[in-house]
Design a protein around this ligand. Structure first.
Ligand SMILES: Nc1ncnc2c1ncn2[C@@H]1O[C@H](COP(=O)(O)OP(=O)(O)O)[C@@H](O)[C@H]1O
Ligand SMILES: [Mg+2]
Length: 410
């Protein structure tokens, strides 16, 4: 191992289908001189590359299996491989840093973390697309990809995988922290004060930007509600949010995962229909505000119910403050595109204040908010390259640690 560590490019494209995030990360072995949020991990640079409108539409269509042809799915695999390679090469050029290894998550087309009957057997499955052999050929270094199946083969749900980084980066001896990523789907990692890896709880809390994006597209013809401006001008229909939060997904105990299968097109159609039925004379911006509040409340309810173990409805009483069960949770650390939605962040801060939890941002800890997941896949790739396991069985439900991913050589 070289003295100054290995430079790894992490590549992520999430369920929002907004584009590609790249992070260039320096990984050092113990004993190397390092600075940064977690021992041995340093983010050197990061960049985002939005998908063109036509690519975004193709990706969204591919996630909606009945309308996608096999030929298009196969071609999309190659196209995304090329786009990932472009993204890594551009980032290297821009920052004059050359990666020695790439970790590429790929674009999820389908994820079913639980076993279900299929042709007389029970199967779970996950499918990330974006051809790693093309990335390896064009960037000229090995690529680790397809991280999820090994965890599933070990009995896990294949998700979430980012808690591995959250634990390394945000663990604190005195403060319990909730690390909340708000991508298309929102997911949290709860790290109690002085936690061991097995104490970490992680799960999807529900929609992140997915529902907000869909209604903003439908009603305002925009891809997303920039800075939460539209939501800020609308009024929330509380009763609808209360009603939705009684659904099975929100009440189910973690571990649990969600995707477009839960909060995609059909959910949004029903959400709008229910809104129109319940609210007479409401305006379009009220629907955006209500979708935004749904994300905020589903996060704060998850924190209350599953992390602090207080009832979401009685949380204002504060009876249980300071009890050991809370493991001194004081901070929620936001990342992902949703952290830039000011209306959402304000709602979340208001919901969490009575629980004694303050909102902070991953950037404050030296981890760029939009690039956190890309950083995570650089770190996971590095572990795999070194034959080390990097799933978190407490988060995925796997029966054992597993070395994640497959390697494409040049
Ligand atoms: N300035 C902004 N204001 C409001 N929302 C934003 C902003 N920037 C990004 N977003 C939201 O973040 C989403 C992308 O977040 P990201 O973390 O990349 O999610 P994913 O991991 O699902 O791709 C966008 O679709 C949009 O909803
Ligand atoms: Mg994204």
């Amino acid at each position: 191992m070289r003295k100054h560590g290995v430079i790894v490019a992490g590549v992520m494209s999430g369920t929002s289908a907004d584009g590609i995030d790249v992070a260039l990360v320096r990984m050092a072995e113990p004993g190397d001189q390092q600075s940064g949020g977690a021992p041995g991990i340093r983010v050197l640079a990061h960049a985002s590359y939005p998908y063109s409108t036509s690519v975004r539409h193709m990706v969204l269509a591919a996630m909606n299996a009945p309308s996608a042809s096999v030929a298009d799915l196969a071609r999309l695999n190659s196209l995304l491989g090329e786009l990932y390679a472009d993204a890594v090469l551009s980032t290297q050029k821009r920052f004059r840093v050359k990666a020695e290894l790439v970790g590429c998550h790929g674009q999820t087309l389908y994820h079913q973390g639980e076993e279900r009957p299929f042709l007389g057997r029970k199967v779970s499955t996950t499918w990330q697309t974006g051809e790693p052999a093309l990335i390896a050929a064009r960037v000229g270094v090995p690529v680790v990809s397809d991280f999820r199946p090994a965890d599933m083969a070990a009995g896990g749900k294949g998700a979430p995988l980012v808690p591995y980084l959250d634990y390394l980066w945000f663990r604190d001896e005195r403060i319990g922290r909730i690390v909340q990523n708000i991508g298309g789907i929102a997911n949290l990692t709860a790290i109690p004060a002085s936690a061991r890896a097995k104490d970490v709880i992680a799960f999807d809390t529900g929609p992140g930007n997915m529902v907000i994006d869909a209604v903003t597209q439908e009603l305002f013809g925009k891809a997303f509600d920039r800075d939460g401006k539209i939501a800020s001008s609308g009024r929330v229909l509380d009763s609808l949010v209360d009603q939705i939060l009684k659904r099975r997904f929100f009440l189910a105990k973690p571990p649990k995962t969600a995707g477009r299968e839960e909060f995609g097109r059909e959910f949004v159609r029903e959400f709008v229909r229910e809104f129109v039925r319940e609210s007479k004379g409401s305006r379009k911006q009220d629907i955006i505000a209500t979708a935004t509040f749904l994300t905020a409340r589903s996060i704060s309810d998850s924190v209350a119910r599953f992390i602090l173990h207080v009832s979401p409805t009685s949380r204002k009483s504060g009876e249980k403050w300071g009890t050991p069960v809370r493991r001194r949770f004081r901070e929620i650390i936001l990342s992902g595109g949703g952290a830039r939605n000011a209306a959402l962040v304000a709602m979340l801060a208001e919901q969490l204040a009575p629980l004694g939890i303050v909102v902070r941002f991953a950037d404050e800890f030296g981890l760029p908010s939009e690039a956190k997941e890309a950083v995570a896949f650089a770190v996971l790739a590095y572990e795999t390259w070194n034959h080390r396991p990097s799933n978190m069985p407490s988060a995925t439900g796997a029966k054992r640690p597993a070395v994640l991913g497959k390697i494409s050589y040049v």
